[in-house]
Each structure stands twice: as C-alpha cells, then as structure tokens.
Ligand binder design. Structure first.
Ligand SMILES: O=P(O)(O)OC[C@H]1O[C@H](OP(=O)(O)OP(=O)(O)O)[C@H](O)[C@@H]1O
Ligand SMILES: Nc1nc2[nH]cnc2c(=O)[nH]1
Length: 213
C-alpha cells in the first residue's frame, strides 16, 4: 500500500496570522494545515519513488486540470532535477485533461471531461496521472475507465491529497502525498468555485462559505 504523511483529524494546524494570506481571503479561512515547505519536501520524495518504480521508459505525465496544475508543475520540477543529477534518466512528456464535478464544496456526482488532449495519444504509453485530491474517488475512477479504452501500457496515479471520508468509494492512488481530514481544503490551486487558486502555495481549511456562485 502507498505510504503517505497523515494529517490527523485533531491537527491544530497553523494560525493564519503566521503567514502572508491575501487580505481578500482572510475571513474565509480557518487555519493552514499544510505549509508550503512540507508540500515541497513530500513532493520531492514522491518524485523519487515514482522514478524508482516507473524508471527507464518514456513517461507521459497527465495533468488533471484545473486543481492539479500546481502539484503537477512542482512534481515535474523534482523529476527533472532527478533526470539532470543522476546516471539514470527518463524521457518525460506532458499531456493535459480537464475534468470537473464539484459545485461549491460538493460533488455533483457527474464527472465531466470538458477539454484537454486526446486520450487516444496515450495508447501504448506509460502514463502517470497527476491529481491534486481524491475525495469520493469518482473523478479518478471515471478517468481510469476512459483511459483503459485507449490501451496504455501502464497507468499509475499520484495524488497530493487523499481525504479520509465516509464518502470515499475506497479507491486509493498508487502514490499519495498526504492523507487529510474530512474538511474542504483550498489553496495550492485547489479552489472553491474557482476562488482560492490564487492562495499561493499552501493548503488551508475553508470555514466560511461566503463564496457561492
Ligand atoms: O474524488 P472526487 O470526489 O471525484 O474529487 C476529486 C476531484 O475534485 C476536484 O476537481 P473539481 O471537479 O473541483 O474540478 P477542478 O480540478 O477544476 O477544481 C479535484 O481537482 C479532483 O479532480
Ligand atoms: N478544492 C477542493 N476540491 C475538492 N474536490 C474534492 N475535495 C476537495 C476539497 O477538499 N477541496
């Protein structure tokens, strides 16, 4: 089973006043639960584990937009650093897919692919799907089922976050950064109705639901 860093349910987190939080979000947030440095350190190790396992063959890294873009960029930077600084290196190309199912802080149960590269390009390839968060698991299960129709050679999934929630279908990615409590998280490209993606590089718990559509 994938190892991960567990953020416990009673995690106190860090006071918002200790960080530079944009004024326009100060009243919407409760606390920072994963500071940027911890995200980066964990991401560096995920990159090493992924390259160790998927090794030597060409990897297509598939970014699940929009939420996955920040983690994708940082993970790929670490993979590129490994390629540059070790005897073994792996050719890496990138693809993008846009999948959407959340409105406010709830899954609509309707996972829609609303853009991105042709999945058929991934036929016969070693694919690494890069996702920001798995909650119910519905998004990833839908994507995996679509992808399987294109006959990729290998598919692995890395998610920065997996939520401990009774709403989970039981799906677990191959690589997990953090297991997090059942709260709605924003920042580091995770949004609430498109807001908070500009909340720089840390993950915080959203408390007040002011930002409805
Ligand atoms: O495991 P699940 O319950 O399916 O939830 C996970 C999905 O929810 C978010 O996407 P969202 O639909 O909010 O789109 P976004 O990436 O554009 O924010 C997130 O980026 C995952 O793709
Ligand atoms: N931003 C955000 N998107 C999600 N999609 C599923 N769970 C979450 C969450 O906690 N935060």
């Amino acid at each position: 089973m994938a190892s991960y860093l567990q953020i416990h349910d009673d995690e106190k987190g860090y006071d918002l006043d200790l960080f530079c939080v944009p004024r326009h979000y100060e009243k919407d947030l409760d606390k920072v639960i994963i500071p940027n440095g911890l995200i980066m350190d964990r991401t560096e190790r995920l990159a090493r584990d992924i390259i160790g396992d998927m090794g030597s063959h060409h990897i297509v890294a598939l970014c699940v937009l929009k939420g996955g873009y920040k983690f994708f960029a940082d993970l790929l930077d670490y993979i590129k650093a490994l390629n540059q600084n070790s005897d073994k290196s792996v050719p890496l190309t990138v693809d993008f897919i846009r999948v959407k199912s959340y409105c406010n802080d709830k899954s609509t149960n309707d996972v829609k692919v609303i853009g991105g590269d042709e999945l058929s390009n991934l036929s016969g390839k070693n694919v690494l799907i890069v996702e920001d968060i798995v909650e119910t698991g519905r998004t990833m299960q839908t994507l995996l089922s679509l992808l399987s129709k294109c006959n990729p050679k290998m598919v692995k999934v890395v998610s920065l976050l997996v939520k401990r929630t009774p709403r989970s279908s039981g799906y677990r990615p191959d690589y997990i950064g953090f297991e997090v409590p059942d709260a709605f998280l924003v920042g580091y490209a995770l949004d609430y109705n498109e807001y908070f993606r500009d909340l720089s590089v840390r993950i915080a718990i959203l408390t007040r639901r002011r930002r409805t559509k």
